[in-house]
Write a protein that binds this ligand. Structure first.
Ligand SMILES: [Zn+2]
Length: 266
């Protein structure tokens, strides 16, 4: 498999994977969604909550906060020497203490104090609850590693998708240069160049075939490569998108090896 990074911005990466089939592309996508460990709050101890939000609701909101994950310092509870009971190698404590003054106050994810400076909310701007004057909160929360297959809150990605690589061809003989295809293309793939229709940024093509419909039959053909896929991976901020792809490839390789070992042992 050949991987080429097309575009990268903050938490999003677009890359081209060549020399694979659709089954492998989907296996890679599903591995990123469900098999990668990421940190999330899993237990919440509400010591004081005079806000209007129920403890359960507040705990649920806290569970959904994406936390920056340090895969090197923490074990999955099932792999930890403590046998999942919870220790400093598999658990991180976060505390929240907030008292509203005479004004209404919003409690944000940045108000959480983590015992480990490396495990903090990926964004500090996520509102948790609104406190009316003089209401207060004292909460202790325990974060641990988990996988998306167990609960979606552990997914390190908000989106991971792939599409076929488009091949857009303009047949100069059939094309009457009316330019309708240029106007109708939602992705600005086509442009008038001299007296012909040219293509640009064809990787952006969404294969909608709007151009094929407005043109003379056979003037434009849209096809796709069968062994190349354009991936888009958007991280929640738990891990960098590069780390997600790299780690998913490692996990998938290991799972394939285990499956082969099992098949050979039959
Ligand atoms: Zn442990």
């Amino acid at each position: 498999m050949e991987i080429t990074i097309i575009r990268k911005q903050d938490n999003i990466i677009h890359f081209l994977a060549e020399g694979i089939d659709v089954a492998f592309a989907n296996a890679l996508r599903r591995t990123m969604l469900t098999r990668l460990p990421a940190m999330a709050i899993d237990e919440v101890l509400v010591l004081e909550n005079t806000s209007v939000m129920y403890d359960e609701m507040l705990a649920h909101r806290m569970g959904l906060l994406p936390l920056v994950t340090d895969l090197d310092s923490y074990n999955l509870p099932e792999d930890c020497d403590c046998e999942g009971k919870g220790c400093s190698l598999c658990q991180c404590t976060l505390t929240l203490e907030k008292q509203a003054g005479d004004e209404v106050e919003v409690v944000y994810s940045r108000d959480l104090t983590s015992q480990d400076p490396k495990v903090v909310p990926a964004s500090g701007d996520i509102p948790l609850v609104k406190l009316a004057p003089h209401q207060h909160l004292i909460i202790e929360a325990y974060a641990r590693l988990g996988k998306g297959v167990e609960n979606a809150k552990f997914q390190p990605v908000s989106t991971v998708s792939y599409k076929y690589v488009p091949i857009v061809e303009v047949n100069k003989e059939e094309c009457n240069k009316c330019g309708d295809c240029v106007a109708v293309c939602p992705k600005n793939i086509l442009l008038v160049e001299g007296d012909t229709i040219a293509t640009q940024n064809t990787l952006d093509c969404s294969l909608c075939e709007a151009c094929v419909e407005v043109c003379e039959p056979g003037a434009i053909t849209i096809d796709s490569k069968k062994d190349s896929f354009l991936f888009k991976v958007e991280s929640t901020g738990a891990l960098t998108p590069e780390k997600i792809v790299e780690k998913a490839a490692e996990i998938l390789k290991e799972r394939i090896r285990l499956a082969l070992d099992y098949a050979n042992s039959l």
